[in-house]
Design a protein around this ligand. Sequence first.
Ligand code: ATR
Length: 302
Amino acid sequence: MGGASGPSAAPLLGKTEGDGVTIDGRTRLAGVIGWPVDHSRSPMLHNHWCRVHQVNGAYVPLPVKPGQLEMALKGLAAAGFRGVNVTIPHKEEAFRLCDELTETARRAGAANTLRFVEGRVIGDCTDGTGFCDNLLAHGVRLEGRALILGAGGAARAVAAALQDRGCEVFISNRTASRAEALVQALGAGTVLDWTDWPSRLGEMNLLVNATSLGMGGRDDTAWSSLLQKGQEGLSVADIVYTPRQTPLLKAAQERGFRTVDGLGMLICQARAGFQEWFGVLPEADEASFDILAQDLARHGLS
Ligand code: ATR
């Protein structure tokens, strides 16, 4: 277990009752802003870490309508929140509203992890790092050529992180103009036509789905035939984690490729925020994984 972030930090030990932590005047507060936000597994994860590390903290879902993010951030900061995660559809607006940004957030063009410090909002983007950390944890080497499907905010964060770790990045998107714009924003990379990428798959070490295809299990893409040209060492990763085994990952597994689902990315991207707000760097360990996996399974999203 790690320690508090500094001598001025509030005591980390909450008063425990049963397996819970009592909320009191010194409870550190954080949460996740989204619209809708009720599907988010982040509260379950952060509150699990609060319990495990006996942090006097609480992490709550914060439903904020589009157009109300600025007001919400001001209110939460004024109410003593230490910071928030920001999810769909607010990540790009959060980026614009931050007073300070990390270099990673600038590269990603989005902010998902905000800190409130003396009236200022400091934004980071942990999606790309979370994605890469999860691949590494699954034994995937970050090298060679990576083909990313999609050109939205998630694709940008993943592409930037892979480039920063030395991968040669290829982007393919249903709407070609968005892929072109993404490559321009990244300052490097190659656009592949949406109908052409399957014929280039043999050159790739990594295939990443960063589109919303597969979310909720709805996806009638003929993935198995699209994956036909993949070479033996290909790894296939999906950022979608509802369900964990997306139609793409099922097809990739059947073809014998190494697959990595999106749940580990969710856990890995959350670690940095937890450390900022609560003073402990939690592990992306089996227990964290199990608690979310069991919840997804309960909801038929295995
Ligand atoms: P995010 O910021 O979470 O990445 P987004 O900006 O809405 O979300 O991007 C969604 C991605 O999924 C886009 O790349 C989108 O492709 P378009 O740019 O052509 O819209 C992709 N996507 C969504 N539905 C798709 C589908 N049915 N087939 C192919 N791509 C799809």
